[in-house]
Structure formats: C-alpha cells, structure tokens
Design a protein around this ligand. Structure first.
Ligand code: CAO
Length: 315
C-alpha cells in the first residue's frame, strides 16, 4: 500500500511476482484473496488495498449476477450465435425465469438419485373405467393421477422421511405431519406446481376434481399465491404425453418427487403364460442426503404394490 516501506521489503521470495505492501498482504490474507490473481493499479503495477477490495467486489457481483454461475461453478461461455447463422430472441416469461432459478438451485444443492420401477395397474384401470358413468354424472374427470396421489399419501405416511425437509443447520429433519401434494402443470407460460392441501384427507373424487380445478386455474393464470405454497411432496405426470421414464428434479426444500410416464400394454408372465397387462412406469427422485437407496426402494415397492392392488388404499 501507499504507506508501506521500500520495494525490497515488500516483495518476499514466496510471492516474488506480486508487488504489494505488508498492509495489503494482511488484508488479502484476512479476506482469503490470492494476490497473484489481483491486478495492481498502483505505481509500476503495485497492488493497493483498494485493488484487493475491488477484486472482492467484482467476485461477489459476478457470482450474484448470473443464473449459470455461483458457488464457484464455472460459467457457460456466452457465444454470439449470429456469427454462425440467423437467430431470433424469445424472452422468457416470469414463470419460466423463476422456474429456471428454482430448478437450478435444486439441481446444484441436492445430490439427486432417481429410482425407476413399473407397476401393473390393469385392475386400477378396470375400476376407473367402471366409474365412467358415475364420473360423467358427477361432472368429474377421473384419471390415474388421483389414484397415484392417494397412493403417494399412503406411502408418505408409512415413510415420513419423504415428507420432510432438511433443516438449514444440516443436523435435523423437519418432518411435516400434513400431506400437501404439489402437481406439476404444464402451461403456455411455463411449468407451475399448485398444491393439493391435506391430500390424504380427500377422496379420489375430491382429488380428481381438485387436480382438474388447479390445472385449469394454472392454465388461465388464476392461481393464488396460497395455491402454490406449502407443498411437502410433488408428482410430475408426463403420462398423457409418452415416455418410458425420466429423472424429475426434486422441488426443494422438499426431498422427493414422483415422475409418472405413459401406461403401456406389456406381456407379463403369470407363472403359466404371458398375458397382456397395463404397466405404469414410475420414477422417484430423492435428495440422497436425506433418503438412502434402501429407503427409496422400500418407498417405491410400497407405492407400486398399492397401485397394483388399490384395495390396499382402504387398509
Ligand atoms: N399413461 C397413459 N395415459 C394417461 C396417463 C398415463 N400415465 N396419465 C393420464 N393419462 C391419460 C388420461 O387418462 C387422459 O385420457 P382420457 O382423456 O382418455 O381420459 C389423458 O391422458 C389426458 O390426461 P390429463 O393430462 O388431462 O390429466 P392428468 O390427470 O393425467 O394430468 C396434469 C393433469 C395437470 C398433471 C397434466 O395435464 C399436465 O400438465 N402434465 C404435465 C406435467 C409436466 O409438465 N411435468 C413436467 C415437469 S418436469 O419439467
């Protein structure tokens, strides 16, 4: 710094290339700054205390300002794509921007594991179809999703660590005694996750009506703040679209999410013959800090068994 001694004293052997005074070096040590990374603006490129402070400020600003940087992550290069051909710029909606932040936060903070399984829901589908007239009479559309939400509630009661959040101190789990299930809904504005409150206390009819109501509201941009808060576990169903499996991202601070893919007719072995059965693929992602693989397997088995024989949901 400007008040320090002569040049010879300032440049010790260990940092021969760095030209800075003792007070600047002390400040850099306190702040954990490597002086060899700092550009000196003083006389003969000498590093001043202000250079160290500016370096810290710039570092803080660059980690705050970007979606793709932070926590020391390397940045994805910004490229002028128009050099290679015509491009057009499409602004992201506010929902897409907020969604991107949330997904990125979850992806970098939670060590994800996804477990895949499939379950035979032929009986569930027969039962659902048998309700068709009754459903029309009530004016309620009943899809497999309501049964899946119901089965998740049973599995969450059985395995309460899946209905929890990791406390900020990293030393305890906050287990929630209420079951609020978020449903991922695809809208033209982006992905939103409205929440069915107290889902375990609702019938299949009520769940069906509420799923339809929340997804209509989501698509008409009529969701209230309260509809989007308080979730404890989420379900993302791509079943109507297709696919045999995917890896959903946990909706942090929740610790698990169930992905549902498209029902397929498959030949299953009964012990005597192959018979055509309706098989539903399930993908369970979880935060591996909270849930270990064996717990994931148990939760998935429980869920698959409940959906394969929905009489279990009455137990
Ligand atoms: N396999 C096969 N068919 C399925 C199915 C499955 N797993 N799940 C639903 N279907 C059928 C339904 O039975 C319905 O058929 P019918 O009209 O013949 O009865 C049809 O697909 C359409 O269902 P739906 O989408 O209207 O209703 P839903 O209850 O299954 O789902 C909702 C509601 C809101 C979850 C859905 O509309 C949606 O938005 N899904 C997308 C979620 C999403 O984007 N997730 C990704 C998040 S991660 O980026």
């Amino acid at each position: 710094d400007a008040q320090s001694g002569d040049d010879g004293k300032e440049q010790d052997a260990a940092s021969a290339k760095v030209y800075a005074g003792p007070a600047t070096r002390r400040l850099a040590r306190e702040l954990g700054v490597d002086l060899s990374e700092v550009k000196g603006t003083g006389n003969r490129n000498r590093i001043t205390k202000d250079d160290v402070k500016d370096f810290v400020k710039q570092h803080m600003a660059s980690t705050r300002s970007s979606n793709t940087a932070g926590g020391g992550l390397p940045q994805v290069a910004q490229i002028d794509f128009s050099k290679f051909g015509p491009v057009d710029m499409v602004p992201l909606t506010r929902i897409q921007q907020r969604g991107a932040d949330n997904l990125h936060r979850s992806w970098v903070n939670l060590p994800h594991v996804t477990q895949h399984d499939e379950t035979d829901i032929t009986d569930l589908e027969d039962f659902r179809k048998s309700l068709k007239q009754e459903a029309e009479h009530k004016g309620i559309k009943i899809t497999p999703l309501a049964f899946i939400v119901k089965a998740c509630c049973h599995a969450l009661r059985e395995y309460p660590n899946f209905n929890a959040s990791l406390h900020a101190d990293g030393k305890q789990l906050v287990r929630k005694q209420y079951l609020n299930i978020g449903i991922a809904v695809d809208t033209p504005e982006g992905l939103v996750v409205p929440v069915i409150k107290a889902a375990d206390e609702k019938s299949i009819w009520q769940l069906s009506a509420e799923i339809a109501d929340l997804s209509d509201k989501a698509r008409d941009k009529k969701l209230a703040m309260d509809d989007l808060q308080g979730g404890t576990f989420s379900v993302s169903s791509l079943g109507a679209l297709g696919g045999t499996g995917f890896t959903p991202i946990v909706n942090a601070p929740e610790v698990a999410i169930l992905g549902v893919s498209k029902l397929q007719l498959k030949p299953l072995w009964t012990g005597e013959a192959f018979v055509p059965r309706k098989v539903l693929p399930l993908s369970l992602s979880y935060d591996h800090r909270v849930i270990n693989g064996a717990d994931g397997g148990r939760f998935m088995n429980y869920l698959a068994n409940a959906l394969a024989d929905i009489r279990r949901l009455a137990l």
